[in-house]
Design a protein around this ligand. Structure first.
Ligand code: FAD
Ligand code: NAD
Length: 463
């Protein structure tokens, strides 16, 4: 029986990163993957293909709406097949990159479904073969899959999860998106930009739930202005097919609403993936949400760890990667901890929505005495120059210590701007530190500095 220092089950951002870091530290690692390609949800059917489509459709939008810059392109059309082909090439390039990294690091890839057998053993079955491998450490990185609704069966054709919505072969005339979270907003925007009439139906009072209240309210106004129909406080409860169209029934504050659609995207969250993993054999039980309980990544079973979407915490690729690095380092004997409060969250719409740390409300709910600074992009020179004034930055600091508690940004390029807020918070920075940090002019990131200065009413470009 082949024996390793660690066997990682699942080759998404949690698993392959864990295996690479382990190999860097001199450990003998094997990576088990049931799908044809490495990279997991993120690379194959998540982060990367969605960002490829978001970029292509943004180009289309700019090409079709350049009149007020004096740029008039007549009859801008979109070739959906070509758009999808490019998306495929982007994914392929990165698959090759991950494959090369894994191979060059000397990691053994075992193709097949991994199952815990207990006693430090993993069974791998695939391609008609079954083999058993042994390892001192087993790392579960099996990720997540889309959640559904009991009355709507996903066929990935008309009623789709994100996977189907990343692969439509034509622009749907009417697309109803159930759930106004990251997936619903990103993919809703993709198809709306190409001309689909998109309606986002959200159960909670706000879209982009979990964002700061000011940001989610502004986001709703901006996306409505862009042509997205958004119904919050609305719960979809049933679906029928009438005269070829899909008819959704929903409840809004006790009243019934109906929506007709050609395609429906169900984006109501994701659930941990543990099917067929043999958790029983290792004596591991899942929590009420199907996730594997861990204590600093250690499961109840000796030598078995779990990382990424399959455990509690933000379901994000960069968080999964941090988990992976931490576990590899712990196995190699280094003490590590990942602070989930410092994991940034981004929704890649236009403008992008990015945040780190606490929202104003969450900070107050914790009983903290807070002070807040805000800055509107309407007063930012670069934003005006590039037609990107829809947005704002909000900085939340502790009123007694001035320590940064959270930053929320809705702006073009927010995904990049948030990185400096994360760095300040990682090193325990204060609002004054951020306000005194020199930012290049003209940049949208100057709004971050101005929002920090606004806490003491010292923002220069605001009254
Ligand atoms: P996964 O990526 O799900 O990987 C798990 C792997 O394990 C899979 O390859 C699976 O096939 C394999 N596996 C499962 N069970 C077994 C088994 N028994 N044996 C062998 N292999 C197994 N996050 C971001 O941070 N930024 C984004 O922009 C972003 N965009 C997204 C867009 C979409 C449409 C979706 C769906 C998700 C997006 N996410 C994004 C979330 C991100 O994809 C996940 O948080 C991330 O992939 C989790 O990594 P993971 O390694 O834990 O799991
Ligand atoms: P989500 O949890 O972000 O949003 C789901 C939304 O659906 C919630 O707001 C919820 O209130 C709503 N909802 C649930 N049931 C409903 C119903 N019956 N009717 C109407 N609304 C309903 O989940 P998601 O958008 O599916 O994304 C799944 C995961 O993938 C998230 O954890 C997210 O972090 C991750 N992801 C991240 C990115 C990114 O980082 N940019 C992009 C896509 C996905």
């Amino acid at each position: 029986m082949d024996t390793y220092d660690l066997v990682v089950i699942g080759a998404g951002p949690a698993g392959y990163v864990c295996a690479i870091r382990a190999a860097q530290l001199g450990l003998k690692a094997a990576l088990v993957e049931k799908e044809e390609h490495l990279g997991g949800t993120c690379l194959n059917i998540g982060c990367i293909p969605s960002k490829a489509l978001l970029h292509s459709t943004e180009l289309f939008h700019h090409a079709a709406h350049g009149e007020h810059h004096g740029i008039v392109a007549k009859e801008v059309t979109v070739d959906v097949a070509k758009l999808m082909e490019r998306k495929g090439k982007v994914v392929d390039q990165l698959r090759k990159g991950v494959g090369t990294l894994v191979q060059k690091r000397g990691i053994t890839v075992l193709k097949g479904t991994g199952k815990l057998l207990g006693d430090h053993k993993v069974e791998v079955s695939g391609g008609g073969e079954t083999k058993t491998v042994a390892a001192e450490n087993i790392v579960i990185a099996t990720g997540s899959s889309h959640a559904g609704l009991p009355f709507l069966e996903i066929d990935e054709k008309d009623i789709v999860s994100s996977t189907g919505a990343l692969a439509f072969d034509a622009v749907p005339e009417r697309l109803v998106v159930i759930g106004g979270g990251a997936i619903g907003l990103e993919l809703g925007c993709v198809w709306a930009r190409l001309g689909s009439k998109v309606t986002v139906v959200e159960f909670l009072p706000t879209i982009a739930a979990g964002s700061d209240d000011d940001v989610s309210k502004l986001a709703e106004r901006i996306f409505k202005k862009q042509g997205l129909a958004i119904d919050t406080n609305t719960k979809v409860v049933a679906c029928d097919k009438q005269n070829g169209a899909l008819v959704l029934k929903a409840e809004k504050k006790g009243k019934e609403k109906t929506y007709e659609a050609d395609k429906i995207l169900i984006s109501v969250g994701r659930k941990a993936h543990t099917d067929g993993l043999g958790l029983d054999n290792a004596g591991i039980e899942t929590d009420e949400r199907g996730r594997i309980p861990v204590d600093n990544f250690r499961t109840k079973a000796k030598g078995v760890w779990a990382i990424g979407d399959v455990i509690a915490g933000p379901m994000l690729a960069h968080k999964a990667e941090e988990d992976g690095v931490a576990v590899a380092e712990m196995i190699a004997g280094k003490p590590v901890h990942v602070d989930y409060n410092l994991v940034p969250n981004v929704i890649y719409t236009q403008p992008e929505i990015a945040s780190v740390g606490l929202t104003e409300r969450a900070a107050k709910d914790k009983g903290l005495d807070v002070k807040v600074g805000k800055f509107s992009l309407l007063a930012n020179g670069r934003a005006i120059a590039q037609d990107a004034t829809d947005g704002m930055v909000k900085v939340i600091a502790d009123a007694n210590t001035d320590r940064l508690l959270g930053v929320a940004v809705i702006a073009a390029g927010a995904s990049e701007i948030i990185a400096s807020a994360v760095a300040h918070m990682t090193y325990g920075g204060s609002a004054e530190d951020l306000g005194r940090t020199v930012h290049a002019h003209p940049t949208i990131s100057e709004s971050l500095k101005e929002a920090a200065l606004a806490i003491e009413k010292a923002a220069i470009h605001a009254l």
